[in-house]
Write a protein that binds this ligand. Structure first.
Ligand SMILES: C[S@@+](CC[C@H](N)C(=O)[O-])C[C@H]1O[C@@H](n2cnc3c(N)ncnc32)[C@H](O)[C@@H]1O
Length: 206
């Protein structure tokens, strides 16, 4: 069976960035949600599946310190090439986010996931993902999830999807987290097809 990393490497190699099924020219909805986090600019941010997202450029422009993870080396190489000199400002990781992260990472103020968590379908992988969130996100920090909603597609990028409602995110994060905002968003992919997303923002209380 093909590894997860290889699957994503092949997808990133096969197309122009703007033709990828999740490509966003403007990460406005994420930035809008971040507007709900007081003083977020300049934060330390974990991006568990960065891909080649332009959100990275926006966060660097706002003085954020980034941990950029992805299971795909191809995606990370493309992102690094695009960032040029600014690439040196980030910490780079090529880990499967459903496995324990390296121990020596600094605690982060923000965890921003767009369209990564929903690819984890095994219970043990989902549980480990949320252990990583709890391990890395400092008390008082915020986690933002943008995942296919319960009205969304059941497949993407040739993979099955575990779709989310806020009730499940609430439950998986547990008592230490408070949901502070949420909205539904219909993303139109490069083929002109609608994809239903749930955006949900949480604060870690303790
Ligand atoms: C649909 S893309 C979204 C990329 C980016 N977040 C964005 O909004 O453009 C999913 C990304 O998650 C990465 N990915 C998928 N499964 C992963 C895993 N288990 N661990 C880390 N990264 C993963 C893929 O390589 C890909 O870059």
């Amino acid at each position: 069976m093909k590894s997860r990393g290889r699957h994503w490497d092949e997808l990133f190699s096969a197309k122009e960035e703007s033709q990828l099924g999740w490509y966003e020219r403007d990460p406005a909805r994420t930035l809008e949600m971040l507007g709900r986090v007081p003083g977020w600019e300049g934060s330390t941010v974990m991006i568990p599946g960065a891909g080649t997202s332009v959100l990275v450029d926006e966060l660097l422009a706002r003085g954020c310190r980034l941990i950029l993870n992805d299971v795909s080396r191809e995606a990370l190489d493309r992102l690094r090439a695009r960032l040029g000199e600014r690439a040196g400002e980030a910490v780079w990781l090529c880990c499967d986010i459903s496995r324990p992260l390296p121990e020596d990472l600094p605690p982060v103020d923000l965890w921003i996931d767009r369209a990564v968590l929903h690819f984890l379908c095994e219970e043990v992988e989902i549980a480990r993902y949320f252990e990583n969130v709890r391990h890395l996100l400092r008390p008082g920090g915020h986690a933002l999830f943008a995942e296919f909603s319960t009205r969304g597609a059941t497949q993407c990028a040739g993979l099955p999807i575990h779709r989310y409602g806020v009730e499940e995110l609430d439950r998986r994060l547990g008592k230490g987290f408070r949901r502070i905002d949420q909205f539904d968003h219909t993303y139109i992919n490069p083929r002109g097809e609608p994809r239903e997303y749930l955006y949900a923002l949480y604060r870690r209380e303790r």
